[in-house]
Design a protein around this ligand. Sequence first.
Ligand code: TRP
Ligand code: SF4
Length: 365
Amino acid sequence: MIDPWSSVILDYEKLIEQFGIKPFSDLLDDVDNPPILMKRGIIFGQRDYGRIIKAMREKSRFAVVTGMMPSGKMHIGHKMIVDQLIWYQKQGADIYIPIADMESYSARGIEFEESRKLAITEYLTNYIALGLDFKKKNIHTYLQSENKAVQDLAYILGRKVNLNEMKSIYGFSGSTNISHLYVPLVQVADILHPQLEEFGGPKPTVVPVGPDQDPHIRLTRDIAERFKNKYKFIAPSSTYHRFITGLTGDKMSSSKPKTAIFLSDSPEMAEKKVKSAKTGGRESLEDQRQLGGIPEDCVVYEMLLYHLVSSDAELKEIYHDCKQGTIMCGECKNIASGMMRKFFQKLSKKRIIAEDDARKILNRN
Ligand code: TRP
Ligand code: SF4
């Protein structure tokens, strides 16, 4: 069982074996101009992604749905979702971004006012500052608590889901509160509602998420099948990305500030944090020259791979130099932290204007 509300690190290979997630690499060659996250294997798994490739090729209508539960500050790992949305926006997708305030209320006890504040000052501000364009047509964002169509659909879908099923998927027990029990259905409705007639009817839909969200995806695909006659739903596709490692070598988590680079950090702070990150370097310079470093085990390298170096050739060179022991971690950290500072200089400037726009977006709905 995978519990989407706990923070255990998952074994990606096992997910592929146990839960029927397919390797993304099977389809990579069919994707035209894949983004970095796909090319570099950070998006490692998928379900039914062939449908989405086909829709992109044929330029037919498809939707992307991916939400976030407001629970704290956004960190650099969350940027991965935004990078994907930006790419899909270029591919002409209808984009839906639910903000899961019902989920954070029922699973974390966060009040709705607090969620709305986080949605504006954190989520939407960063989405805009990172480059997602909310002025384009076909991009929709909403708070779950304010979306009647989604809530109504959740209620209707709930008719064909029973308590035992929820228990076995999520490990819910007799002491689970009823709001929490219900809230996965709201997420199912987030994912399926773009296929209702009033939103343009049935269409391929992809949900890019971390693997912790897979229980929701499985439930959604099952429910889509159960309501096929009524709504003609096409089972949603999904992709799964690896999580970024935290600065300390553990999982990066907003609730553990020592592990995270927050998108609201100053450029100097972000730079300092990269310099403090755990590397895959050896005990001594001597050893490093002889044996080379271990980029696979290095948080700094991961930052370069996921976020900082867009040129594949440049990345390869760093990888090679690290392995050969011709670059030492100090120098490598200087390069990476300099890039991070520059990235944050741009981001923090954009965040200032973005917050106003973010406020307007939520208040207009
Ligand atoms: N449960 C997701 C999270 O914890 C948030 C979410 C809500 C979501 N609705 C969604 C994700 C629909 C993908 C699709 O962040
Ligand atoms: Fe990591 Fe760079 Fe050190 Fe290699 S040289 S282990 S990539 S910090």
